[in-house]
Each structure stands twice: as structure tokens, then as C-alpha cells.
Design a protein around this ligand. Structure first.
Ligand code: GLN
Length: 497
């Protein structure tokens, strides 16, 4: 890779440049900081930068590299979704509630990147408390889709998504409760992976819906995601749902041939609601897999249609409980004036939370209340089990499942803000994997033309069985050896020169 094309490199190419001393981590970091200064004022992907801290980490990485103790990501600048507590960094979760919160400790994910010698480039914008599919619920404003500034980047990890797509970072982290890594990966044209539930520790990751939340990598390619997973995954006793499994090398299967791979195509993922253009791109990518020797099998996930209603009972229920801690006392926004304790709670929460978060707290409190618990919460839990069972049956017939990651390409900012149900449908193909705890990824698969003639990215979703991330990364990597979609970057308007 030429030095003048630095921002479009793979993680491996950065590691090679760093370890052969062709470039220092400080230089690489400054390159990305310069791009952030140039483009972030219009894109709004980053909401916290601290150059002194970032460059200090880069300097430390250079010392480590010089001493011959570099790990694969040492010296590489990574953007962190603002849902992860990072010591000494503002950690807002996109909310006014936490606008002044500076984390006193590191999330497990952050300390893993620190231990690997990676450089924290800054904190990225997101939907408030990760509730949204367009980044428009952020207290810090929307994020532009780098492919078309009048469109949303998807959400909730919209800042990380735009940062990866616009090449403002080498790679980024995200979290996915119902689709928040995969849907933005689809809308912004990069590779994102939501691991099996329990593979990445949730310690220090601000909780939305704890039984669904999972952190994962957002990067240009499957190989980059594999390298990120090697850092992010692993047992952590501070998260009671973290799984105590042997450490894996997620790169180990990247180069396996795909001949004989069985790909299941669920008919429910290609039914009404899928934009025809997106369907065409997905069809082309499936044809590519056939050429690679895969066998296509028609399958059914009969309860897919229930995943959104089930999710919008369970996720708000868990959120209403998780968000009860924001009372204006221990931390978080506190109203200036109030008459008594109850008034302080009410005003602090009324002022600190935005409309979507309030809607979820109201729904969650309702479905958990005496008299409604059995009818809503319990029923939803039962259907969640059926949805998981659909996948158990499907994986008896195939190795991976494929389909679209999102039903459409990036939509216009403002288009769905007044219609929460239309917004919720963005996750129709992703939510069931969260409910089942399965891993899923989105891989750039081509472009579809919007009605005003813009070419917008489309993501192919790959769903794997439990703990099958290495195989999914292999399946994605082989596709990326014969296609070039993942290397395509948007041409950005000039920005601050
Ligand atoms: N869009 C979904 C929601 O609003 C999923 C968000 C997420 O995965 N964090 O809840």
C-alpha cells in the first residue's frame, strides 16, 4: 500500500508498515486525526476527541514496537462507540443524561484494546442509549452517511459506521442489540460482526437490553474483523454472562475453500418488505457463492415475522429496568430546580432522556407491570424460544444462513423520525439473531440505485450457528477475495482543508 493511500489500508497493511518502521504510530494516528478535522465537522461521527491522550497512546505504541513486543493491532487507531466506558474519557451513550459523565474505569473491550497496544482515536456518536436505527435519536445530533450526506448512516452505531465508511479510523467498535452493527454496516458499505451472545464481555458497556446486547467489530473487511475479534473476545469474570471458553484465533479459517458449503436462504427474508434493488444485489452475491462451490438450500424461519413485536416487548422491558439507575443522584443529569426528592427524580429524568428512550421506558414498565406481565412479557419470552428453535432446525440443513442485512438502502434523514414502527422495521432481518443469541454479520455486496440515482451500499447478511464466527469470517473473506465491494470508499465533499 502506498503511503499516500493510508486511510484505505487493511489492518494487516498498517501492522506491516508499523512493524517494518516505514511509518510510526504517531504518524498514522495523525493521518486519521487530520481526516477527522477535515471531515468530521460535516459528518459528526466523533463526539469526543482528546488528541493528547490519543497521541500519548500512539507514542507508547511506538516504544512497544521498537522493543519488538508488538501485537497485531499495536499502534493502530481504533474509534470506540460512546457506549463503552473509557477511563478519563467522556462517555455519554448519546444522551443528555450522561453529557457530563467522565468514566472512572475502562470497559473490558477498552482494556483489551489497550492491552493490545491499539490507539483510542475517539468516541463515536450513536443513538441515545443505542435505541434507534438512524442515529437521529442522539442528543449530539445526527450523523451523515458518507455515501450521501442527505441520508442516515443507520444506527445505533451510526458514528462508528460513518467513521469506518469515510476512512476516519482504521476500524471501530459497535454494539448490536437488534441490528446496530449490521444495519449500519449495510447502509454504509463495510463489514460488521455481531458475535454469539456471551463471547465479548459487556463489562463497562452501558446496558440497554442486557440479554441481547453484544459488542463487535466494524471494519473494512472480514479479515480486519477477525483481527479485532482476537482482541475483543474472551472470558471476563466481571460479566456474569461472559462465556468461559478457550481463546480462539478468529483468523484460523480465513483461507479455507468454500466448496461444499451449505447456504440456507430463508424464504421469509426475501418476502414482501424487501426492496427489489436490494434483493437483486443479494441475488448476485448468492450467485458468486455458487461459483465458489457453495450449495444453496431453501429453508424457512417461520417465526421471523414475530421477531420485531417480541423484541419491542423484551428490549424495552430490560431497558426500563437498566435505565432506572439514572436518577440524578449518583451520576447523570440533575434538574436545576425541584421541590422535593420525587420532583427531582421526575424532572431530572424528564430533562435527561429523549423521546425514544422515554417511549421505551413507558412500554417496558407497562409490559412488566402486574396484570400485564403474563400477557406481554411472558408471552414474548415464549415466542423468543420458538424463534431460537427455528434456527436450531435450520442449522440441521445448512452451515450458514444468508439474506439481506437491511430491507432497504440508506434512507433520507428525517424520513422515518415520526414513524417509530417504520423505523423499527429496519431490523426485520437482524433482530431474530439477537433473540436467539446467534452471531450475524453484514458484508458489502454491491450498490443499489436510490430513486434519485445515487448508488448506495447494500450488505449481505451471514448468520452462523453458535460460536461459528471463524467459519462466518471465512465465508465472508473468500467472497472478499473475488469481489471488491469492501474496498470501495465514498468520495467525500471537500471538507475543512
Ligand atoms: N434499532 C434497534 C432498536 O432501536 C436496535 C438497536 C441496537 O441494536 N442497539 O432498538
Amino acid at each position: 500500500m502506498a503511503k499516500n493511500d493510508l486511510s484505505n489500508g487493511s489492518l494487516k497493511s498498517y501492522a506491516d508498515l508499523l512493524q517494518s518502521k516505514q511509518i510510526s504510530s504517531v504518524e498514522l494516528t495523525q493521518e486519521f486525526l487530520a481526516r477527522i478535522h477535515r471531515y468530521n465537522p460535516s459528518i459528526n461521527a466523533f463526539i469526543a476527541l482528546d488528541e493528547a491522550k490519543t497521541l500519548a497512546q500512539a507514542k507508547a505504541a511506538d516504544v512497544r514496537i521498537a522493543s519488538g513486543k508488538a501485537a497485531p493491532l499495536t499502534g493502530i487507531p481504533i474509534a470506540q462507540k460512546d457506549i463503552f466506558c473509557a477511563k478519563g474519557w467522556p462517555t455519554t451513550c448519546g444522551s443528555k443524561m450522561l453529557a457530563n459523565f467522565v468514566a472512572p474505569y475502562d470497559a473490558h473491550v477498552i482494556s483489551q484494546f489497550d492491552a493490545a497496544g491499539a490507539v483510542n482515536l475517539g468516541k463515536t456518536n450513536m443513538d441515545e442509549f443505542a435505541m434507534g436505527s438512524s442515529n437521529e435519536t442522539s442528543y449530539f445530533g445526527g450523523v451523515k452517511n458518507p455515501w450521501s450526506f442527505d441520508r442516515v448512516p443507520g444506527g445505533s452505531s451510526g458514528g462508528s459506521a460513518a467513521a469506518v465508511a469515510a476512512r476516519l479510523c482504521a476500524a471501530a467498535t459497535g454494539t448490536d442489540t437488534g441490528g446496530s452493527i449490521r444495519q449500519p454496516a449495510s447502509l454504509c458499505g463495510f463489514t460488521g460482526l455481531k458475535p454469539t451472545y456471551g463471547v465479548v464481555s459487556r463489562f463497562g458497556m452501558i446496558a440497554f437490553a442486557s440479554s441481547l446486547d453484544q459488542a463487535g467489530p466494524m471494519a473494512k473487511s472480514a479479515e480486519d474483523c477477525a483481527l479485532m475479534m482476537n482482541v475483543m473476545a474472551g472470558f471476563d469474570e466481571r460479566d456474569s454472562t461472559s462465556l468461559d471458553r478457550a481463546k480462539e484465533d478468529y483468523c484460523r479459517d480465513l483461507n479455507k475453500p468454500l466448496a461444499g458449503l451449505k447456504i440456507g436462504l430463508p424464504k421469509e427474508f426475501f418476502a414482501e418488505g424487501l426492496s427489489a434493488d436490494v434483493g437483486k444485489v443479494i441475488g448476485n452475491s448468492i450467485a458468486e457463492y455458487k461459483k465458489l462451490g457453495a450449495e444453496i438450500i431453501d429453508i424457512s424461519l417461520p417465526n421471523t415475522g414475530l421477531s420485531i413485536p417480541v423484541y419491542y416487548v423484551l428490549a424495552p422491558a430490560e431497558a426500563s429496568s437498566n435505565l432506572s439507575r439514572y436518577d440524578g443522584v449518583r451520576y447523570g443529569h440533575r434538574a436545576d430546580s425541584y421541590t422535593d426528592l420525587m420532583d427531582m427524580y421526575c424532572k431530572s429524568r424528564a430533562q435527561g432522556f429523549g423521546a425514544e428512550v422515554k417511549r421505551r421506558i413507558l412500554i417496558g414498565t407497562y409490559v412488566l407491570s402486574a396484570g400485564y406481565y403474563d400477557a406481554y412479557y411472558l408471552k414474548a419470552q415464549q415466542i423468543r424460544r420458538l424463534i431460537a428453535q427455528d434456527f436450531v432446525e435450520a442449522f440441521k440443513q445448512c452451515d450458514v444462513i444468508m439474506g439481506p442485512a437491511a430491507p432497504s438502502t440508506a434512507f433520507k434523514a428525517g424520513e422515518k423520525v415520526d414513524d417509530p414502527v417504520a423505523m423499527y422495521l429496519q431490523d426485520i432481518y437482524t433482530i431474530s439473531t439477537n433473540l436467539a443469541g446467534l452471531p450475524g454479520m453484514s458484508v458489502p455486496a454491491g450498490f443499489a440505485n436510490s430513486n434519485d440515482g445515487k448508488a448506495l451500499p447494500v450488505g449481505l447478511q451471514i448468520i452462523g450457528n453458535y460460536f461459528d464466527e471463524a467459519r462466518m469470517l471465512n465465508v465472508a473473506h473468500q467472497y472478499q477475495q473475488v469481489t471488491d465491494w469492501h474496498n470501495q470508499a465514498p468520495s467525500l465533499p471537500e471538507g475543512n482543508a
